[in-house]
Ligand binder design. Structure first.
Ligand code: HEC
Length: 156
């Protein structure tokens, strides 16, 4: 929550000053980084799904733990800072699927981002125990937090 809110507020406050904002990534890079972050989480979620949900790949506690830690790392990295001014539309090489509504609802987005962080931290905690039943529950709860934000703020 703090990370997302700080990033969002920061972007709001210094949005008028390109000189101040130039210290962070460009709008094009913010879109690039957030898409990479979400895709990287999805890749790691897929690995956990194969091993702990579908059983299409043998369960390896160390791999599941590594994947959960990677997701928690991204989820807790302060991704709110990647929704700065000018990132509500395509920039340069970057196509964005963000809905404009996200930029009018930062407090709500912060709650959704906080829910993601909490669920990702929880999944990492249970992954460390190797308990498959708890991993499945935490995985489901994490997936809900992804969907909750996409339903509101992602075009497709
Ligand atoms: C706080 C809101 C929010 C949460 C939580 C969230 N996402 Fe997203 N996600 C977005 C938005 C907004 C986009 C569109 C980004 C863009 O195109 O600029 C997106 C895009 C994506 C993409 C497409 C990336 C691309 O390259 O176009 C994937 C994959 C994705 N999210 C997966 C996830 C997964 C997995 C989770 C949960 C672990 C998650 N997201 C949680 C808001 C969220």
């Amino acid at each position: 929550m703090k990370g997302f809110l700080a990033g969002a507020l920061c972007a709001l406050v210094i949005g008028g000053s390109t000189a101040a904002f130039a210290q962070g990534p460009s709008a094009e890079d913010q879109i690039r980084y957030r898409k990479a972050g979400y895709s990287f989480m999805a890749w790691n979620l897929g690995k956990i799904k194969e091993q702990a949900i579908d059983g299409s790949v043998a369960f390896d506690a160390a791999q599941v733990q590594a994947a959960a830690n990677a997701i928690a790392g991204v989820a807790n990295s302060g991704m709110g800072a990647l929704f700065g001014p000018g990132t509500d539309k395509n920039v340069g090489s970057q196509v964005t699927n963000v809905k404009p509504e996200l930029f009018q609802n930062f407090p709500d987005v912060a709650v959704l981002g906080n829910n993601l962080s909490t669920a990702a931290t929880r999944l990492a905690e249970v992954a460390a125990t190797g308990d498959q039943a708890q991993i499945r529950t935490a995985f489901g709860e994490l997936g809900q937090t992804c969907k909750a934000c996409h339903d509101k703020y992602r075009k497709r």
